[in-house]
Design a protein around this ligand. Structure first.
Ligand code: HEC
Length: 258
């Protein structure tokens, strides 16, 4: 028996519409759960980095504050001009900001500054878990320090986790997408490999932004870049596995053969 011919004629089912249900269910379950993960990750980014400048939504400022920091402003001042804007009167906010810019001296904490926090803030900031407890001077002092951005230690940790974990996601996405049909080979190669390069640029851009705020746009471009590629692989793969075969046509293409 000629093995070469045998393999050749037998592998023309190697494409997304023609895979059997077991393999499709594996790919589909993976894609659905990864999709859920992406939604949660987006929510997390919006809640942490998205709020860094005190305003809802991700912007260049958020990225600059998160990685480069803003030595002129403390977290408390950014918040008092942002999401905590309506929590105190203008006069009270001014009083807090003046005190903070003065280096938040402990001598002035009791009684007058403490009083402002007790009136406006501690109904939440002493009872809601995870929020700094503003009945404590030390906790106020912590958010009153000027923002210095991400530390090299935290960036190193997040960088390597990010690169390892997300490479795996792209790898599996890429394998599934490599079985797709009707897509020009150069385009397929781009959609499969570009996310890895965007990922590297993304992580590199955090470090560059830490050094200089102008690089924040690189973070945005690379993030948009790999999100687009991932979205294409996700939709095309699910479409070709489940919608395409419904027209009754049999697809005889070995997508892995060069
Ligand atoms: C109604 C509840 C509520 C009140 C009142 C409130 N806060 Fe907040 N605060 C929150 C919540 C919820 C968050 C987390 C979400 C966010 O950062 O916007 C928060 C976050 C913060 C943060 C960021 C904490 C961190 O470590 O990230 C600061 C600083 C802050 N508040 C300051 C204040 C000050 C100052 C006041 C009083 C003038 C105040 N808040 C009043 C609910 C409240």
């Amino acid at each position: 028996m000629n093995i070469e011919t045998n393999n050749h004629s037998n592998s023309d089912w190697l494409n997304l519409p023609s895979l059997n249900s077991a393999v499709k269910s594996l790919f589909t379950s993976y894609l659905l759960v990864i999709g859920l993960g992406v939604l949660l990750a987006t929510a997390q980014i919006l809640m942490t980095h998205g709020m860094a400048d005190g305003k809802i939504g991700l912007s260049i400022d958020d990225i600059v504050y998160s990685y480069h920091g803003d030595p002129a402003h403390s977290k408390i001042e950014i918040k008092l001009n942002g999401s905590m804007r309506d929590k105190a009167s203008v006069a009270d906010k001014l009083e807090i900001i003046k005190w903070v810019r003065n280096g938040s001296p402990e001598e002035q904490w009791e009684p007058q500054i403490k009083e402002i926090f007790y009136t406006n803030c501690i109904s939440c900031h002493s009872v809601i878990p995870g929020l700094p407890d503003f009945t404590e001077y030390q906790e106020v002092k912590r958010v009153a320090k000027s923002e210095s951005g991400a530390t090299a230690a935290s960036l190193t940790r997040v960088s390597h986790i990010h690169i390892f974990a997300i490479s795996f996601i792209f790898f599996f996405n890429g394998i599934i997408f490599s079985f797709s049909i009707g897509i020009k080979q150069w385009l397929k190669i781009f959609i499969i490999s570009a996310p890895f390069f965007f990922l590297a640029i993304d992580v590199f851009s955090w470090w560059l932004t830490k050094i200089s705020p102008e690089f924040a746009w690189l973070t945005i471009i690379s993030g948009v870049g790999y999100s687009l590629c991932a979205a294409i692989t996700w939709f095309v793969s699910l479409y070709q596995m489940w919608i395409l075969p419904r027209n009754g046509q049999v697809y005889k293409i070995n997508t892995w053969r060069s």
